[in-house]
Design a protein around this ligand. Structure first.
Ligand code: ATP
Length: 371
C-alpha cells in the first residue's frame, strides 16, 4: 500500500520556533570531502533550496540534517539544540526521497491526519490505491502528504520531482509552493535544477564541490552572484575574452576598456542576456548583428545574435518589444551592451556590473565609455 512510500523519521510535537543551523560542517567519506566547512541557517517556515551540480554535496547536507550521516567536523543545530548526537527518531523531521519513501510508525496514528491531508491536497480516495496505480505526480504528492502526517517541524525533500516529466514537474512545483504557504512547514529541498530553485524557494544555498558558494534569495543570487560560478550556474551569461591591443580590449568587433590589463593580455567579461539592448533600427546602436534564432519561452523571448565576425551573443526581449520592432529570424539589428562585469575566476568575488553609456553608431574613438 501507499504506506510504504513514506519514510517517517519521527513524530515529536511541533515546535513553533523551528530553525536549522549548520556551523562549519565538514563531511568526509575516506579521502573524499563531500562537504567542506559549510555554514548556513534556515529560518522558521522557510522554503529553502539546496542547489548545485551533481556531486556538490547537497544530499550529504540533507542527510546530516536528518541525522542519517554524522558530520566529520562542525555542528548541526535544530531549534537551537545541537543535534549531532541526536538520533533520527528524535529530530522531528520528515524525509521524502526522489522515488520512494518508507513508513516507520504506527498506521493507526496517522490515518486521520492522512485523510485530512489528502483532502487538503485534492487526493481523496487515493489512500487505498497501490503506488503503481498512481501517476508519478500523484505518488510524490501522496509521499509528501504522508511525510507531513505527523506534523514534523521540518520537511526534507531530496530531488522530490526528479522522476516525473516536465509538465507534471511544473504542476508539482506550483503545488509545493501552495502547500508550503498553507502549512508553513520549514522545508529544505535538494535540486540540481536552477529554474526550479529560483521559482519555488524563498532562499537558495548554492554548492559546488562541497563548498558553499552563496546563500541568498532567488533575486540576490541572480542579480548579485557572489562569484563567477554562481553567475554562470544561475541563469545564462555571455562570457567573452577580449584581448588588449593599443589600449583597447577587443574580441571580434566588440571593444571594452582594458580594466588595467596590459598589452596582449586577455580580459574576461561577463554579461547577462538582459544587458544586451537590441534595436531593429540598424543605425541606433553601435554594433550590428543578425537575429539568428528566437526561442519562445513565454513572456520573455531568448534570442541569439550573430555578429559579422561570427561571435554569437545571447539576449532577451519581451514579447511586446519583439513584436513592436518587427523582429524575426534573419533580421539585421543593432545592439549595445549596457552592463557587464569583469570576471576574475571561478571562486573570486564579482565586482558590481559596470554601466556603459549609450554608444550610437558610429563612435569616434571606438572606445566604450564606462559610466
Ligand atoms: P547529486 O545531485 O548527484 O546527488 P549531491 O550534490 O547531492 O549530488 P552528494 O551526493 O552529497 O552530492 O555527494 C557529494 C560527494 O560525496 C560526491 O563526490 C559523492 O561521490 C561523495 N559521497 C556521497 N556519499 C558517499 C558515501 N556514502 N560514500 C562515499 N562517498 C560519498
Amino acid at each position: 500500500m501507499i504506506f510504504d512510500i513514506t519514510y517517517q523519521l519521527s513524530k515529536l510535537s511541533t515546535c513553533s520556533h523551528v530553525s536549522i543551523e549548520l556551523k562549519n560542517v565538514t563531511k568526509k567519506f575516506g579521502e573524499t570531502t563531500a562537504v567542506n566547512n559549510v555554514t548556513f541557517s534556515v529560518k522558521e517556515g522557510e522554503l529553502m533550496a539546496l542547489l548545485g551540480p551533481s556531486g556538490g554535496g547537497k544530499t550529504t547536507v540533507l542527510r546530516m540534517i536528518a541525522g542519517l550521516e554524522m558530520p566529520t567536523a562542525g555542528d548541526v543545530f535544530i531549534r537551537g539544540q545541537r543535534v549531532n548526537d541526536l538520533s533520527v527518531q528524535h529530530r522531528n523531521i520528515a524525509f521524502v526521497f526522489q522515488n520512494y519513501a518508507l513508513v516507520k510508525w504506527k498506521r493507526a496514528d496517522v490515518k486521520a491526519r492522512v485523510a485530512e491531508l489528502l483532502n487538503l491536497f485534492g487526493l481523496e480516495g487515493l489512500e487505498r490505491r497501490y503506488p503503481h496505480q498512481l501517476s508519478g505526480g500523484q505518488r510524490q504528492r501522496v509521499a509528501i502528504a504522508r511525510a507531513l502526517a505527523s506534523k514534523p517541524g521540518v520537511l526534507l525533500l531530496d530531488e522530490p520531482f526528479g522522476a516525473v516529466d516536465a509538465k507534471i514537474r511544473q504542476e508539482l512545483r506550483e503545488w509545493l509552493v501552495t502547500l508550503h504557504n498553507e502549512l508553513n512547514v520549514t522545508t529544505i529541498f535538494v535540486t540540481h535544477d536552477q529554474e526550479e530553485a529560483l521559482e519555488v524557494s524563498n532562499r537558495i544555498v548554492i554548492f559546488s564541490r562541497g563548498v558553499l558558494e552563496q546563500v541568498g534569495s532567488p533575486r540576490e543570487v541572480y542579480e548579485q552572484p557572489a562569484n563567477e560560478f554562481v553567475a554562470r550556474f544561475i541563469g545564462v551569461m555571455n562570457v567573452l575574452e577580449p584581448e588588449v591591443h593599443n589600449g583597447v580590449a577587443r574580441i571580434g568587433e566588440l571593444e571594452f576598456p582594458p580594466h588595467g590589463q596590459a598589452e596582449g593580455q586577455k580580459l574576461r567579461i561577463g554579461f547577462r542576456p538582459y544587458a544586451v539592448q537590441i534595436s531593429s533600427d540598424v543605425a541606433q546602436h553601435r554594433y550590428r548583428a543578425v537575429l539568428r534564432r528566437t526561442f519562445f519561452l513565454g513572456v520573455l523571448l531568448r534570442v541569439e545574435l550573430e555578429l559579422p565576425s561570427g561571435l554569437v551573443l545571447r539576449a532577451r526581449m519581451t514579447k511586446e518589444e519583439y513584436a513592436q520592432q518587427g523582429m524575426e529570424d534573419g533580421k539585421a539589428v543593432s545592439f549595445q551592451i549596457r552592463q557587464y562585469r569583469v570576471l576574475a575566476g571561478d571562486n573570486a568575488g564579482l565586482p558590481p556590473e559596470g554601466e556603459l553609456s549609450d554608444q550610437a553608431a558610429p563612435t569616434v574613438s571606438g572606445k566604450l565609455g564606462v559610466a
